[in-house]
Design a protein around this ligand. Structure first.
Ligand code: M6R
Length: 614
């Protein structure tokens, strides 16, 4: 989603802003711009990437150098096409107020008409530009209003979601920021302050940050900041210490963040389980939900809500919790849950899963569940994110910053957390100590097994070469591996732009089989489990129709070789552990197909890392 950076201090603002925008590139964008204040406002903005914005800034005859206050933005088009004129920052007519905005102003059309009646004209098609003129109009028309007051008034008029950063030549030594539904964080330096839509641009300057909550605004000066609610009530905000290192958001020798993140998974898996998996006493220690564990064990049902890849993790969670804890689970798309009339209330438990912790639909589902009296538990990766803060309790995935838009390590971390949760819920309810111990041992050996799978890189590159020009792919799996089929298909389509569908293998004959011909690669996840023989029959059906089969199978399975065109082996394991193994070759296959097709895997077209709008 769009990215925001802001700076006030003693450094050259343009440099800080450009560096920050570079770190936000992973969120996805199609235009970028900055505004700096040095007596008057200078704006450089254009369609295209941050590198070309940097070139444009160099050509701007030093207009922006020396300025020590400014704001910068990467825009992901929602209202108005990606173009120079729609890029942020937006200015008022006199050119002395500059604004950047993430989110959507829902009543922009009505406001546009109203402002036009007051003589305002617009130079972009965006909803955001309306807000800068509204601030100007209120500042001009309400006596004794200052900059802060004008922004506050404007925010009481707009409907929708926003994270904004505003500067003005009329009151030059401040940056005003506000949020509702779109994250903002202030980094605290020595007489300098950094503002950003996530912590990635801040970590090279400071570890101390303040997260704004919804409905809050802050006025940031060179020597301090004050946070208030939009209704003007002063807020005491706690400082949060950032817990990741700069190198974690750099590529570390890999060609892409996605590849780095795929290969990080053995380490991530250890981090997720560290201190939590206690084999010796057959126990899982989940500090974040310790106080609610008993209540959870008594839950009549658990509703899991999430989007995209996190939803796929949720589907695996359903299998895990039902198998280990014997608690009924429903898994819902957050976007559907929020607009149904969901039956949920006190005594129900909702589990929300989100890598970013900022996904608008997931956040709305959690708020609705809370409103109706349910207990809401979060599984998030980003520490201090909105979802992490608004849930009653939760567990972090500890996967470290995930920069690639296609989620990989966050997914496996989510599935491990769900496995630990299912085991924690099972204790004394459905499983013996010996069984729990056995399952924990299995989890503990996971990182080593994943390392083995990562070694088949060359084989996967080879397979990718074979199928890089395919137009469609089908992914099939059963049981624990059905959600992996969905995830494999999603990964391929989002980064390679090849159409792909995931299906429960047995559903193939109810429709998708009609698609199969010699042009159709079918990825079949076929580990040796209770449905193995049935999945082999599905492979036969694909072969009969001349489809090409790429099988993900258990090491030592010779039988499948005779049926499949390609076999990628994963180590043997209990069924519940298999998704964490079988997904790895699928992530790699998508990555290599996409790179062979020349796609920008870290920043796929039309996609954003964190979807903070509906
Ligand atoms: O941050 P979240 O986990 O809430 O994000 C949910 C989806 O937007 C996300 O998983 C998306 O599907 C990814 N691009 C998948 O790779």
């Amino acid at each position: 989603m769009c990215g925001i950076v802001g700076y006030i201090g003693k450094q050259e603002a343009a440099n800080v802003l450009l560096g920050g925008l570079k770190r936000l590139e992973y969120r996805g964008y199609d235009s970028a711009g900055i505004a700096v204040l040095n007596g008057s406002l200078s704006v450089v903005k254009q369609k295209g990437n941050v590198a070309s914005l940097g070139e444009a800034i160099k050509q701007s005859d030093g207009m922006v150098s020396d300025a020590t206050i400014g704001i910068g933005h990467t825009r992901w088009a929602t209202h108005g096409d990606p173009s120079d004129r729609n890029a942020h920052p937006h200015l008022n007519a006199q050119g002395d107020i500059a604004l950047i905005h993430n989110g959507i102003i829902e009543n922009h059309a009505a406001l546009r008409v109203e402002l036009a009646n007051h003589g305002y004209s617009f130079s972009s098609d965006t909803d955001s530009e309306v807000l800068v003129h509204l601030i100007d109009h209120l500042w001009e028309s309400i006596p004794f209003l200052d900059f802060e007051g004008a922004v506050r008034q404007a925010l009481t008029v707009v409907e929708g979601a926003y994270g904004i950063c505003v500067i003005s030549g009329r009151e030059p030594d401040k940056v005003i920021v506000a949020r509702k539904g779109s994250p903002l964080v202030i980094g605290i330096g020595e007489n300098e302050f950094f503002i950003a839509s996530d912590a990635a641009p801040l970590v090279e300057y400071t570890r101390k940050v303040v997260y704004l909550s919804d409905g809050e605004m802050a006025v940031v000066h060179r020597d301090g900041y004050k946070v208030k609610t939009i209704d003007n009530v002063v807020q005491e905000k706690a400082l949060t210490e950032l817990d990741f290192e700069l190198e974690e958001i750099e590529k570390g020798g890999f060609e892409h963040f996605m590849l780095k993140e795929i290969f990080e998974q053995p380490d991530v898996m250890e981090d997720v389980m560290r201190g939590r998996v206690r084999i010796e006493d057959a126990r899982v220690q989940l500090g974040g939900i310790a106080d609610q564990l008993e209540q959870l064990r008594k839950a009549q049902r658990i509703i899991i809500c999430a989007c995209g890849t996190s939803w796929h993790a949720g589907l695996i969670g359903e299998y895990l919790i039902e198998e280990f804890a014997n608690i009924p689970v429903e898994v819902d798309y957050a976007s559907e849950f929020r607009y149904r009339k969901p039956i949920i209330g006190p005594g129900d438990v909702m589990l929300v899963i989100s890598q970013s912790g900022e996904t608008a639909d997931t956040l709305a589902a959690l708020r609705l569940a809370k409103e109706k009296g349910a207990t809401v538990i979060g599984i998030c990766n980003v520490v201090g994110s909105t979802i992490a803060r608004e849930t009653h309790c939760g567990m972090y995935t500890h996967a470290g910053p995930e920069i690639g838009v296609a989620s990989t390590k966050a997914f496996t971390a989510q599935v491990i957390v769900l496995t630990m949760l299912a085991l924690a819920l099972s204790k004394e309810r459905t499983m013996s100590d010996a069984e729990v111990m056995q399952a924990l041992y299995c989890l503990d050996t996971l990182p080593e097994r994943v390392k083995n799978i990562l070694e088949c890189r060359d084989q996967i590159v080879d397979i990718a070469e074979h199928y890089k020009d395919a137009r469609n792919f089908l992914y099939l799996g059963r049981g624990y591996n059905f959600p992996v089929a969905l995830e494999g298909a999603l990964k391929l389509k989002e980064i390679s732009y090849i159409h792909a569908e995931g299906y429960p293998a047995a559903e193939m004959k109810h429709g998708p089989i009609a698609l199969i011909d010699e042009e159709m690669p079918v990825v079949v996840i076929a580990p040796k489990d209770t449905t193995y023989k049935k999945v082999l029959s599905n492979i036969e059906e694909v072969r009969t129709r001349k489809g090409r089969v790429i099988a993900i199978a258990t090491e030592g399975d010779e039988e499948i070789k005779a049926l499949a065109d390609h076999v990628i082996y994963v180590p043997a394991g209990a069924p519940f552990i298999m998704p964490l193994l079988t997904v790895i070759p699928l992530q790699m296959l998508s990555y290599y197909i996409a790179t062979l097709r020349g796609c920008d895997v870290d920043r796929p077209r039309n996609l954003a890392k964190s979807v903070t709008v509906e």
